[in-house]
Design a protein around this ligand. Sequence first.
Ligand code: AHR
Length: 336
Amino acid sequence: MRKKFLSTIAFAGAAALTMAGCSSDGEAETPDDAATGGTETEETSDMLTVGFAQTGAESGWRSANTESMQEAFSEENGFELVFNAADNDPAAQISAVRNFINQGVDAIVIAPVVEDGWDDVLQEAQDAGIPVILEDRTVTASPDLYAAWVGLDFKAEGVKAGEWAVEEFGDEPTNMVVLEGTTGSAPANDRAEGFNEAIEGSSIETIDSQTGDFTRDGGRSVMEGYISNYGVDGIDLVYAHNDDMGLGAIEAIEAAGAVPGEDIKIVTIDAVKDGMQALVDGKINFIVECNPMLGEKAAELVRAAVNGDDLEPVNYVEDQSFTQEQAAEVIDSRAY
Ligand code: AHR
């Protein structure tokens, strides 16, 4: 849906006037006008208007992801980005997408808060001829309703975190508490599944698991509850579905007079700046990366979808993982 527009080119300034003589009505005339006898030129604009429905601003990862999207969908790159952050409210996010459809944008990008509930609005976008690209999180709706997805393998992230835990604790009986991400979101579901598969048959026991909604405050307050229920001595390991909740847990552990990373070990997912710093400082023990730099690939997919090109429907971005020593080596060179 490329937008075509008619533009009247008016030359201003001496340089233009010397290049372009004057027409009988006094308007500047371009060299082309002189040849064609008119002042109107038909041009094709490559500018695309893209609605981006972001989850919210819950974490350091999310800020880095928003920045990556804004950079990739810049005017310089030929995009007009209409940005909406839904504050982690699935209904608000769906209504933002409906607004984009009503505005008649050229394409829509969604980072879905939760997996379920997308069928109707995706169908509406398809009926309106507006291609949808999903970034970051996945949905349970049929893949026929969107053009492509770009993101991370959340289950593999959970597996890596679980494998580290099994290696770290060996056969030692281990009491683990979990700080889950937003209930119903793809990363919370998949990271739980991957981790549980990896620790199956090990001596790690999940003594409690609650959502901290991917926020630092959420992680802190859930961890405070765990500490008051089980005591610091009753908890050996925290598995936080993201760095921010792990950072909140650190605050709660320190406030209880214990040493995070020693008295209670912590494994998290994301590898954003603050998380990596806590890893270097010995307060987190292991981090699995979740790369937030998805903007460039999302922009490439949007252009291809609008042009009607064939698209790779599933696009994974690579993740790494970091021990404390590895984090110290790379922290200064990381972009987020
Ligand atoms: O969907 C990616 C997850 O969402 C990140 O791991 C978390 O930090 C964010 O809020």
